[in-house]
Design a protein around this ligand. Structure first.
Ligand SMILES: Nc1ncnc2c1ncn2[C@@H]1O[C@H](COP(=O)(O)OP(=O)(O)OP(=O)(O)O)[C@@H](O)[C@H]1O
Ligand SMILES: [Mg+2]
Length: 248
């Protein structure tokens, strides 16, 4: 397994509150890495650190063998770090397809030859992503009118059209029903097999345990366990953290 992202001793404080405490972890290529933990454990904060929205108080972020700690969020997106948001960040007054097209246009403004697409190429890439995410038949619906489960797929589509090498997904199955979640899991597996490294924050334990290769567990900002889904499910500290927090 080749390493793509390495966090080394990352800490984040909000005032006197330690949201992330000396976290080190790895995300490998061609794999799905899970990040779970009770509400308020620091998962979204850690994603904000990786995508550059929050500067950590200490520690290093190493992506593709380079320290990226001082890069802006835009530069990180350009070098292949994509993400979706826990609270959906879509253009509600635009249709499904328009939301994805806007993202493609942003990509074309990036001054990087590998990412430039002709109008025809954008069109076929948008179509490919609509197909992949199962959104083709809903493409002309306004985002404000589609169910949350589908809106999650639009967010994923917006991230995918930027050709990410690493995808940070923050509770992407929230609002999806059981069948949607199962299909979503299969989609994530396919994306991972196509070469995208996926780092997944998710409360749906079935999904996490079914599709992740490795899982990290955060509790009160600290990693208390990491391992295969099987190892995590039997881990004493994990059981305590979840039962103690009355979560799940
Ligand atoms: N901008 C902020 N200012 C102050 N405190 C914050 C800020 N963002 C997060 N926190 C606090 O940091 C801690 C970690 O929050 P975070 O949102 O990262 O948790 P989470 O694991 O994503 O939780 P959830 O599962 O509910 O999404 C929480 O105690 C939260 O209240
Ligand atoms: Mg969160």
């Amino acid at each position: 397994m080749t390493n793509l992202l390495r966090l080394e001793n990352i800490s984040v404080h909000f005032g006197g509150h330690v949201a992330v405490n000396n976290v080190s972890l790895d995300v490998n290529q061609e794999s799905i890495t899970g990040l779970i933990g009770p509400n308020g454990a620091g998962k979204t904060t850690l994603f904000n650190v990786i995508s550059g929205l929050i500067a950590p108080d200490s520690g290093d972020i190493i992506y593709d063998e380079q320290k990226i700690s001082s890069l802006s969020p835009h530069k990180r997106a350009r070098i292949g770090i994509g993400r979706t948001f826990q609270r959906l960040e879509l253009f509600n007054s635009l249709s499904v397809v328009e939301n994805i097209q806007v993202s493609a246009e942003i990509r074309n403004q990036w001054n990087q030859a590998r990412l430039q697409l002709s109008p025809t190429a954008i069109k076929s890439e948008v179509e490919r992503i609509l197909e992949l995410t199962g959104l083709t038949s809903s493409k002309d619906r306004m985002v404000s009118e589609i169910p949350t489960g589908q809106a999650r797929l639009v967010e994923l589509g917006r991230a995918l059209i930027l050709s990410p090498k690493l995808l940070l997904l923050d509770e992407p199955a929230s609002g999806q029903n059981e069948e949607e979640t199962e299909n979503f899991g299969l989609l994530l597996r396919r994306l991972s097999e196509s070469g995208i490294a996926i780092f997944l924050v998710e409360h749906d334990m079935n999904l996490v345990m079914n599709i992740c290769d490795k899982v990290n567990v955060l509790d009160f900002g600290s990693i208390i366990a990491h391992g295969t889904p099987k190892e995590i499910q039997q881990h004493e500290l994990v059981l305590q953290a979840y039962l103690g927090a009355n979560n799940q």
